[in-house]
Design a binder for this molecule. Structure first.
Ligand code: GH3
Ligand code: MG
Length: 331
């Protein structure tokens, strides 16, 4: 690998000697600077190409320690390793250079074996650091990609991440299918929309994580209440669930809704702050459609269940209401 080394020394003889020694050791790409100003000028123009700086401690104007200090303050070049160059009598000042961030030092007069060993070791360390930084950057990119991919997967998935039951996306496609089938076969299709009572108070009392646990338990109970393979219990929104019941008339759907209400109540999930009961309860709205009827759209069927749910909430909660045509006309 071709290395570019910047040699900073006010003494022309030292500069030339260092250059010769470095050339002899195979470092052919050497830049020479004789002052702090010249050093910063070079770093500004080609700082990103320089692999190592050999920096004399004693220089007129700004000395090597201060130059080292200032280089380490510059974001673009602060990672270039610096080896301080000093006379034997000046070794004491090196403490300041190390505090400033210098990597190592060599003493004048130069010994080529020592010089080479120190340069090689500093460059090796720099290579390791560069590799680590690169790996970390690659890891960040890989993590971002994974995150994006997970989001896509989640969107494509038909299951709700928290409860594991079908999500709203699945609900939408399923009810669409069943709607068409009911129309074709002149059969029944019923829908239950249900919502946990006073769930905000539940979160406020037990915390959001417990709230999530509660949602999981409710989902499980609802799922275990339906019997047919064609029944679909889905998480419709935050604490709202939807149940699609193909080939089920209004009476059958009310029966299932009532069983769900009772099963949730009997699960005895404590809800100390609820104004409805001391356990978790749900309110349910039922709507039903027969293939012969002229309900215009799925949205109407959903709207009907929603109105019934609203009625169940309004008339005290922990109950089942079914859609009555009057509810639709009231709004
Ligand atoms: P109501 O009896 O009228 O339904 O009252 P409520 O408190 O259940 O209704 P409201 O709509 O005021 O509050 C719903 C709460 O459900 C608020 C929201 O923080 C909580 N919620 C929604 N989604 C989640 C969830 O995924 N996890 C948890 N823990 N809470 C959720
Ligand atoms: Mg609620």
């Amino acid at each position: 690998m071709r290395r570019k080394i910047l040699v900073v020394d006010d003494c022309i003889d030292s500069r030339n000697l260092l250059e010769r020694l470095l050339n002899k050791s195979g470092y052919k790409d050497i830049i020479l600077a004789q002052s702090a100003d010249e050093t910063f000028d070079i770093l500004k123009k080609q700082g990103n190409e320089i692999d190592l700086i050999l920096l004399d401690v004693i220089m007129p104007g700004m000395d090597g320690i201060e130059v080292c200090n200032q280089i380490k303050e510059l974001e673009a070049v602060k990672d270039i390793p610096i080896i301080m160059v000093t006379g034997l009598s000046n070794v004491k000042v090196l403490e300041q250079a190390f505090i400033a961030g210098a990597s190592d030092y060599v003493t004048k007069p130069f010994h080529s074996i020592e010089l080479n060993a120190r340069i090689a070791s500093v460059l090796r360390l720099k290579d390791e650091m560069d590799k680590r930084i690169q790996r970390e950057a690659e890891l960040v990119i890989a993590n971002e990609k994974l995150h994006q991919l997970n989001e896509v997967l989640e969107q494509l998935s038909s299951l709700d991440g928290l409860t594991g039951i079908p999500n709203r996306r699945r609900f939408n496609s399923y009810i669409e299918l069943e709607w068409k089938r009911a129309g074709r076969q002149k059969s029944n299709l019923s829908l239950i929309l249900l919502d946990i009572d006073k769930f905000k108070l539940y979160n406020d009392t037990y915390g959001h994580l417990e709230g999530d646990e509660c949602l999981k338990k409710v989902a499980k109970v609802l799922q275990s209440t339906v019997n047919r393979a064609t029944d679909l219990v889905a998480r419709y929104g935050g604490e709202e669930f939807a149940v699609v019941l193909p080939d089920t008339d209004l009476d059958g759907a009310i029966h299932i809704a009532e069983t769900m209400r009772r099963n949730i109540e009997n699960s005895q999930i404590p809800h100390a702050s609820s104004t409805v009961s001391n356990v978790v309860t749900i309110s349910l709205g039922v709507s039903s459609f027969h293939g012969c009827e002229s309900i215009q759209s799925i949205e109407t069927l959903i709207d009907m269940a929603d109105k019934a749910l609203y009625e169940a909430k309004n008339s005290g909660r922990n109950r089942v209401e079914c859609f009555d045509i009057c509810l639709l006309e009231e709004v």
